[in-house]
Write a protein that binds this ligand. Structure first.
Ligand code: S3P
Length: 459
């Protein structure tokens, strides 16, 4: 891999101006809500629709900035994507191997998922593409995808440390590989499998720790054969034969369990709350937070369970019945709640006793250094905690912390929403320096929370 040095990374055009926000204590939360569509599935629905032959019709698509950036990128590579007056998104694809070379730099904004999955798709097409993004994306390591994709025949130019802006030179003659994931990452797994769609031979990804399987489920829904077996040491081996076609289909995206996590925790820490969330994805590889909250004593019930295109879905009913209790979160559960540690930390700060979270190294390389941002913010709110390189221990008193701080959010939507949720119970209101990144994953967050009775507003 060649490294280029860019001292002044180009400013992403999509960077919105800062929006300071404040959250104040409220009455118990009540009501029924629907949170926006699943971000992981929305990206994949657009990407797979663009790789498919014929029309893909998507309902429930998350219309957040990250996903809209994916839509723009797929358009730049030749797909026709539009939203109809009926609220449905329609995508007309080119077929695997037939993406067009984008003529402009692809600005992926805040989205690591879009960047990594698209790098995989471009890697096995005979085209080149350049990726950039906002100040958060430009810090994120991409070596974890360039390494396997180079083995498949693609080449890359990146900034030092494998960071964007970066360029991918894809190949029309990609080679299949067998690759054992060194980090538990669905993004890396998906990038390799998507490159494998247009490689000669069978591409296999071995994952020692199960990560979200939306790519596998949705590829099957588009007509692709995905084989899963177990290795001698108990890991999953996921295989795709190159040269398969994707066929346009209907995709109904459920609500995002990672977004639902914010009102769920808000209800649990506000005594007397009783809320219902409609049609949320409850894929077991995504529900580690819910398992943890139940262990902490939360009353969370899945009602009207169904399965749609391989994805389990339910209505979630949450009742606050008293303070949560601190727990030790098993390290084996981390991949199934990788995005939920910031909001779990808020629950832990209000819980009775100590909550220990370990094996959190990946949190350092998310949209921000989430371990640091959570620890700094909670300390400023008066919470007693300890943090290590890859762990966090929070000591709760069973009562909400004092609050009253202005939290730095570092372009991280989940840090922003987590502290706004904590502010619904603290004695003194909590402010955040910038709520604009919330639109990447949860447009309408303030209104949805207001419907339940929360008091969150722009400053
Ligand atoms: C995602 C996978 C996770 C997650 C991200 C979305 C996906 O990242 O943090 O928000 O859609 O595949 P990693 O797989 O890198 O842990």
């Amino acid at each position: 891999m060649t490294h280029i040095s860019i001292s002044q990374p180009p400013k992403a055009s999509s960077k919105p101006s800062q929006i300071a926000m404040i959250s104040s204590a409220c009455s118990p939360l009540q009501g029924t809500i629907r949170v926006p569509g699943d971000k992981s599935m929305s990206h994949r629905a657009l990407m797979f629709g663009a790789l498919a032959e014929g029309e893909t019709m998507i309902s429930g698509l998350l219309e957040g900035e990250d996903v809209l950036n994916t839509a723009d990128a797929m358009r730049a590579m030749g797909a026709k994507i539009e939203k109809g007056n009926d609220g449905l998104w329609r995508c007309f694809g080119q077929g695997v191997g037939h993406l067009a070379e984008p003529t402009t730099v692809l600005d992926m904004g805040n989205s690591g998922t879009s960047t990594r999955l698209l790098m995989g798709i471009v890697a096995s097409h005979p085209i080149s593409a350049c990726f950039t993004g906002d100040a958060s994306l430009l810090k994120r390591p991409m070596g974890r995808v360039t390494l396997p994709l180079e083995q498949m025949g693609a080449s890359f130019i990146t900034r030092a440390g494998g960071r964007p802006p970066l360029a991918v030179n894809g190949t029309g003659e990609a080679r299949a590989i067998t690759y054992r994931l060194p980090v538990a990452s669905a993004q890396v797994k998906s990038a390799i499998l998507l490159a494998g769609l247009n490689a000669s031979g069978t591409t296999t990804v071995i994952e020692p720790h199960k990560t979200r399987d939306h790519s596998e489920n949705m590829l099957r829904h588009f007509g692709v054969t995905v084989e899963i077996s177990e290795t001698e040491d108990g890991a999953d081996a996921i295989s795709i034969h190159g040269g398969q076609r994707l066929l346009g289909c209907a995709v109904d995206v459920p609500s995002d369990p990672s977004s639902a996590a914010f009102p769920v925790v808000a209800a649990l820490i506000n005594p007397g709350s009783d809320i219902k969330l409609i049609r949320v994805g409850i894929n077991p590889r995504r529900t580690g937070l819910y398992d943890t909250l139940i262990e902490m004593g939360a009353e969370i019930e899945y009602q009207s369970k169904t399965i749609d295109a391989g994805e389990p879905i339910a209505n979630i009913v949450v009742k606050s019945t008293g303070p949560l209790k601190g727990v030790d979160v098993p390290a084996s559960r981390v991949p199934s709640m990788i995005d939920e540690f910031p909001i779990l930390a808020m629950a832990a700060a209000c819980a009775e006793g100590t909550t220990r979270m370990t094996d959190l190294a990946e949190l350092r390389v998310k949209e921000s250094d989430r371990l640091l941002m959570v620890a700094n913010g909670l300390k400023a709110c008066g919470v007693h905690l300890e943090m290590g390189e890859d762990w966090l221990t929070i000591h709760g008193t069973g009562k909400p912390p004092k609050g009253g701080a202005i939290i730095e959010t570092a372009l991280d939507h989940r840090i922003a929403m987590s502290f706004l949720i904590l502010g619904t119970v603290t004695k003194d209101p909590i402010s955040i320096d910038d709520g604009s990144p919330i639109n990447t994953s949860f447009p309408g967050f303030v209104d949805v929370m207001a419907d339940l009775g929360a008091r969150i507003q722009e400053k």
